[in-house]
Ligand binder design. Sequence first.
Ligand code: ATP
Length: 261
Amino acid sequence: MPSRRSRVGMRPEPITHRLTIADAPPDTSTKHRVPAPTMTEPLLEAHNLHRTGDNGTPLLTDVSLHVEPGQRWAIRGSSGAGKTVLMRALALLAPIDSGEILFRGQPIENANVPRYRSSVIYLQQRPVLLEGTVEDNLQLPFRLRTHAKRHYDRDRIRELLSHVGRDESFLGRQREHLSGGEAQIVAVLRAIQMNPQMLLLDEPTAALDRDSVSAVESLVKDWLAEDSSRATVWVTHDDTQTQRMSDHVLHLAGGHVVAEP
Ligand SMILES: Nc1ncnc2c1ncn2[C@@H]1O[C@H](COP(=O)(O)OP(=O)(O)OP(=O)(O)O)[C@@H](O)[C@H]1O
């Protein structure tokens, strides 16, 4: 069994037995069928997250989320509900005071954070791109030690660009000449070329025009369709985007999970 020790050193949880294929009772009756055990282990688990802000205000209170392979979650809630605080905690970019975050059933030790961040990539509303061309930005992750053995694949990028109606000339565009939508397309391409297991999308299309929204959504949909075990957590205020891009919804209000707003 995986260790249930918290990365943040809080409350050890009771060890819970997880059903495996070997544990499954034989199906001796079709009349009184025993419910099939869950074979899938969650990809990302947040258990009872708590965080208090600098001024003592509770930002997250007992927030839990289990994302299984293939699931597409939407995080909903009004402004200030704690959506970004939660997403940054899941991305290990912001601290939690208590609770635990597990990836594939394991806590993420400090030494494994770079690997975690290449499996679970966080994208924010305003993408951070460096000076230089689109291609410079796409090549950037391959300069990191974590990806030293991987190589930038221009053919793959060219193919992905064709899905969103851009040709190779886009690669030579300077960062400062990109629209907000184009910059977000670059950020999504930069993430999905790394073949992550999950994307954490924090309002990535909030300030974009309709064409850019559909370009970003279609890149993410195509990436999901390539591998049925990939998953997303998408913060959005948009009801129709929630319908298009999610099959599970977590509602937050005042840093709490609520049934419905
Ligand atoms: N370090 C901090 N200390 C104190 N308060 C904070 C801190 N970080 C965030 N907050 C507050 O926590 C609340 C939740 O912020 P958060 O950014 O998660 O909201 P949100 O749900 O993402 O809102 P929006 O939809 O407007 O992006 C806000 O009131 C914010 O000002």
